[in-house]
Write a protein that binds this ligand. Structure first.
Ligand SMILES: C[S@@+](CC[C@H](N)C(=O)[O-])C[C@H]1O[C@@H](n2cnc3c(N)ncnc32)[C@H](O)[C@@H]1O
Length: 231
């Protein structure tokens, strides 16, 4: 594993260190089987050629990395958590330990970039988005997976799920997951309050210099997928 030293986000490191070994199974369970579908949908719509070089940021255990690897020539996994990235590395990923806020790559190094569940962990999402856009080639494509918050009659049900079911399921999952079960609902709420609609999200990506922005909200709005391109 390449270990380009970076300060990263201590909170994220502390959250993910104890759950790395069983992250894949429990993240699928806690999202009621939805997040594997969201990753697949995001990667399927990514505009990449077979000879593409792709960076997967906040790669974690490499779930998006592996999907991209089926379509691209080379994928690099980058994350701040040595424990999460260690799982990806043991599965064969080219791994770089660094923060999304200061990528150890020259401008325009990649043909495409993916990231999943990153923006809720960075204090300045626009700065992070600008940094992601910086390492993309002109014309390069970028795709994101994130949690959304359902609207209408689904919202109170989602609230009950995130405030009662998730904490209980997290506690049952054991070591480390208890904290995640309590953290996730308020963390998603804070992100959606900050970027409440397509206009706000598109504005964020446009301010980072991206164009051709598309948004999908699968699973009754519980998921949020975005794609864009560097001009
Ligand atoms: C919920 S996991 C998602 C992992 C993977 N993208 C997936 O879809 O399963 C979030 C990941 O973001 C990483 N992360 C959080 N803040 C980061 C930052 N500033 N730079 C790089 N990675 C970060 C965490 O270490 C963690 O592995």
């Amino acid at each position: 594993m390449s270990t380009t030293l970076a300060p990263g986000d201590r909170t994220a490191r502390e959250i993910f260190a104890p759950i790395a070994s069983n992250y894949d199974r429990w993240s699928a369970v806690l999202s009621m089987g939805q997040d594997p579908r969201w990753r697949a949908a995001m990667v399927a719509r990514l505009d990449i050629s077979p000879d593409a070089r792709v960076l997967d940021v906040a790669a974690g255990t490499g779930l998006i990395t592996r999907l991209v690897g089926q379509r691209a020539h080379q994928v690099v996994s980058l994350d701040v958590s040595a424990e999460m990235l260690g799982v990806a590395h043991r599965r064969g990923a080219a791994a770089v330990l660094a923060t999304a806020e200061r990528l150890p790559f020259a401008d325009a190094s990649f043909d495409a970039l993916t990231f999943g569940y990153l923006l809720r962990y960075v204090p300045a999402p626009l700065d992070a988005m600008r940094e992601l856009a910086r390492v993309l080639q002109p014309g390069g494509t970028i795709g994101m997976v994130e949690f959304g918050r359902p609207r209408g009659i689904w919202r109170p049900l989602w609230w009950l799920f995130t405030r009662f079911v998730l904490p209980a399921a997290g506690a049952a999952a054991g070591r480390g997951w208890s904290k995640v079960g309590r953290f996730l609902g308020p963390s998603i709420d804070a992100f959606v309050d900050r970027y409440p609609d397509d206009e706000a999200l598109t504005g964020l990506w446009e301010a980072a210099g991206l164009i051709d922005i598309h948004i999908a909200r699968p699973s009754l709005g519980g998921g949020l997928l975005m794609w864009g391109r560097r001009p």
